[in-house]
Design a protein around this ligand. Structure first.
Ligand SMILES: O=CC(=O)O
Length: 335
């Protein structure tokens, strides 16, 4: 009997249930509750447990794989998709879709189910947390106290007030909007840059990200990674943000030209950064470790106990809907 649990070993013999391909082993923390991600309506086919090379494994099962459970750690490339002509749906566990070849999926008529808004509140909380941490030096102060420096060096340097700050949000989708709502409650002045002006908000819109930076005390990167947004935050944007400006990134590392950002931080061209994502994860530029005005977290903005429970329900709901010929719960629609 093949496994219906994404962490349990799979047996290669056939099951009467439809197959959902898993290319890479999910992180252990995906195991929450009793039987997360499981269903009696389909079973998981775990490519990573097969002794066969991936292309042979996929060729063996090619005609029976109609669905893929995909994640940011397992890019779904043209090379893989062309080995799987029967695939009709890709359900992804990530908010970002940059690991999927979207044009190729579109060309093949593959429908994508994303994570909808299940992560938005958690990611927004972390973005605001990073911003407050940088302005008010929470992590740096924590180190100061724990290292016993307070009695020796005395009072800690002043931080900056959050209220009244001009915050520029890059990408006003679900997550960006949640960030904006939170920061409005902190009396910040919100403006934004997006592919298109959003009719449902009255925040000032900047078509040009450099102009947004020049008119902001902090930039929060909330957009997805695409060919258009790769290194969108470059030297020009960072210099426009300026010596008192702070950058927060909870989108994807490569949206910022990381080398330039590190240089700007080291040379004091910008005031600080709160970063959950990096260009070459899990490698983080060592220069950042030395800087008290930089707060780092290990790409964990989406993950809470609650968001993973919601993810498990959504993933199973989408896959069951697909195999029952019902509408997906969270179909991705490119705007
Ligand atoms: O970064 C995490 C995600 O895109 O879900």
């Amino acid at each position: 009997m093949a496994s219906t649990d994404p962490q349990e070993p799979v047996q290669i013999q056939d099951s009467p249930l439809p197959k959902v391909l898993l290319l890479k082993k999910p992180p252990a923390f995906f195991i929450i509750g009793e039987q997360p991600f499981t269903s009696t309506k389909f079973h998981y086919l775990k490519a990573y447990e097969s002794p066969l090379p991936l292309d042979q494994f996929l060729a063996t099962h090619a005609l029976s794989i109609q669905a893929i459970l995909s994640s940011a750690i397992a890019p779904l490339t043209v090379d893989i998709l062309q080995l799987l002509p029967a695939v009709r749906v890709v359900v992804t566990t990530s908010a970002g879709l940059n690991h999927l070849d979207l044009p190729e999926c579109r060309r093949r008529g593959i429908t994508i189910a994303n994570t909808g808004s299940i992560y938005s509140a958690d990611v927004a909380d972390l973005a605001v947390g990073l911003l407050i941490d940088v302005f008010r030096k929470i992590s740096a102060g924590n180190r100061y106290v724990k290292q016993g420096l307070w009695p020796i060096r005395g009072d800690y340097p002043l931080g900056s007030k959050l209220a009244g700050k001009r915050v520029g949000i890059v990408g006003l989708g679900n997550i960006g909007y949640e960030v904006a709502k939170r920061l409005e409650a902190f009396a910040c002045c919100i403006s934004y840059n997006s592919r298109k002006k959003k009719p449902f908000v009255s925040y000032p819109f900047y078509e040009n990200v450099c102009e947004l930076a020049a008119n902001s005390d902090a930039l929060i990167i909330c957009c997805g990674l695409t060919d258009q947004t790769h290194h969108m935050i470059n030297k020009e944007v960072l210099l426009a943000l300026g010596k008192t400006g702070v950058i927060v990134n909870i989108g994807r590392g490569p949206i910022i030209d990381e080398k330039e950002m590190v240089r700007c931080l080291v040379e004091g061209e910008i005031a600080g950064a709160g970063l959950d994502v990096f260009e070459n994860e899990p490698d983080v530029p060592k220069e950042l470790f030395e800087l008290d005005n930089v707060v780092l977290s290990p790409h964990c903005a989406v993950f809470t106990h609650e968001s993973l429970k919601a993810l498990s329900e959504l993933v199973v709901g989408n896959l069951e809907a697909f195999f029952s010929n019902k509408p997906l719960l969270s179909e991705y629609v490119d705007e």
